[in-house]
Design a protein around this ligand. Structure first.
Ligand code: 8IG
Length: 267
């Protein structure tokens, strides 16, 4: 790393805004596995670039993570940055690349960050595959943190109650739950899934929490939405695979797109 992380984000934000010919953006959305097809519904494209055209972005390594930064104009004339794809901790580059996209969005002026992901469901009794769920809180078991030094940031309300309320107004059927993040890249063992249920988790995945912490460090409000694409290992007896995740994303894209389009102008 050559310069401090927040300086690197400011550099990326400056290139992004000049490419979009805007003084600032209003909101940013990070599209996780399976969420990319939903992006087209959010607004009219103002600029569309490969993230690697922006300073200090790493190319995403996961199928279904397109690695693009798109700026769109929403129906009400707000400007949203849509990051199609993200960097994960399991790629082995450390924490800073994982949160660089969120920090870039903050530096570009975003006051609201929407984090989406695909997740395993820990409560098949009440969850259905293909259903979105709002993240009410998280348990960070990644062993990592984007904040360094004696910076004791309050995490009492990482996922804004105000934004969750607005999301439920847009879609009253939205469930809510606690998202547990593990480093991955392996899925869990059945014993680990039982442990996470005991700990109070409802969804499990390998992303989002570090980005949410970075967004709170920067003072933005956060909305988190998980698309439950599989029951956790051992809960139904089927092995897990990534292709299934993408298929659920394709099958639910229209619903997720409509939800996000409705949301971006309310948040
Ligand atoms: I999609 O079952 C998706 N991502 N850790 N466990 C973990 N990550 C996931 C899972 C899962 N499903």
């Amino acid at each position: 790393m050559t310069s401090p992380p927040h300086e690197r984000a400011a550099e990326a934000a400056s290139v992004l805004l000049s490419r979009a010919n805007l003084p600032a953006i209003d909101i940013a959305l990070v599209m996780g596995s399976g969420w990319s097809p939903a992006a087209d519904a959010i607004g009219e494209t103002v600029a569309d670039l490969a993230v690697t055209e922006l300073p200090h972005f790493a190319p995403p390594a996961v199928a279904g993570h397109a690695g693009r930064a798109r700026v769109v104009r929403t129906a009400s004339g707000r400007h949203a940055l849509i990051l199609l794809g993200r960097t994960h901790l399991y790629e082995g580059r450390g924490v800073e690349p994982v949160v660089h996209g969120v920090r870039t969005a903050l530096a570009a002026g975003a006051g609201v960050i929407v984090l989406t992901n695909a997740a395993g469901g820990l409560r098949p009794e009440t969850q259905r595959v293909g259903e979105p769920a709002l993240i009410s809180d998280h348990i960070n078991l990644t062993g990592a943190n984007p904040v360094t030094g004696p910076t004791f940031i309050d995490l009492t309300e990482v996922y804004s109650a105000r934004l969750r309320e607005l999301a439920r107004e847009a879609d009253p059927s939205l469930a809510e739950g606690v998202y547990v993040a593990l480093p991955g890249p392996t899925y869990e063992t059945p014993a680990e899934i039982q442990m996470l249920r005991t700990l109070g988790g409802d969804m499990v995945g390998m992303s989002t929490v570090l980005e949410a912490i970075a967004a709170r460090e920067g003072g933005a409000e956060v909305l988190g939405i998980s698309l439950v694409t599989n029951p956790g290992a051992g809960l139904v007896g089927e092995p897990l695979n990534h292709e299934e995740v993408l298929a659920v994303g394709r099958a639910t894209a229209a619903r997720m797109g409509a939800l996000l389009a409705k949301l971006v102008d309310k948040l």
